[in-house]
Ligand binder design. Structure first.
Ligand SMILES: [Zn+2]
Length: 186
């Protein structure tokens, strides 16, 4: 089914919160009100994700502490997966754990090999409150796990250990955006 408008086309891009911003480490709240405000938030999230060139975005990355994410992400077979989920939860994680390159709009310019399950199922609801289940493999499974982590107040660098973790955090500390608040990016 075709959406009436291109997602994000009516949205307003908002500043992305960066590593160190407390909005990124607080667990998000369940959405209980399915109104125009929620629809607008999702539009703004699409607009923000597209402007920043990301494949996914969680609401707390724009400072809204609600369990919502959007995605427009290829899998390993180059199939495009595109949509949003409200109140998502990981209901299945299986398949081999694969270490693959992962980045985040909240740590721009940094990438690190991060272990993730190759197959996941995420259940949630749409902006209208209708049940939705999303299955992901490969890079898309990675994206879904990454976004679920955000909503629990986690970042992919939390999944790193040893040298990989030290390297990523050192690069983040030296990044041009590292000083000051999230405002410094714009
Ligand atoms: Zn991220």
């Amino acid at each position: 089914m075709r959406p009436r408008t291109i997602p994000g086309s009516t949205g307003r891009s908002r500043p992305v919160r960066l590593l160190g911003d407390p909005a990124l480490t607080e667990p998000c709240q369940e959405v209980t009100v399915f109104d125009d405000g929620l629809a607008r938030l999702i539009e703004d999230m699409y607009a923000t994700m597209y402007e920043a060139g990301g494949v996914g975005l969680a609401a707390n990355q724009i400072g809204v502490p609600l369990r919502v994410f959007v995605y427009d992400c290829p899998d390993d077979e180059d199939r495009r997966h595109f949509g949003h989920l409200v109140n998502p939860r990981l209901v299945e994680t299986d398949g081999p754990v694969i270490r693959g390159p992962e980045g985040c709009l909240s740590l721009p310019g940094i990438e690190a090999g991060t272990p993730r399950h190759d197959h996941v199922v995420v259940a949630g609801v749409s902006a209208a409150g209708e049940p939705r289940t999303v299955t992901g493999t490969g890079f898309f499974a990675r994206c879904l796990q990454h976004e679920c982590d955000h909503l629990s107040g986690g970042l992919y660098v939390d999944r790193l250990t040893g040298l990989r973790r030290r390297r990523a955090l050192r690069a983040a500390a030296r990044a041009p955006w590292a000083t000051g608040s999230g405002e410094s990016r714009r």
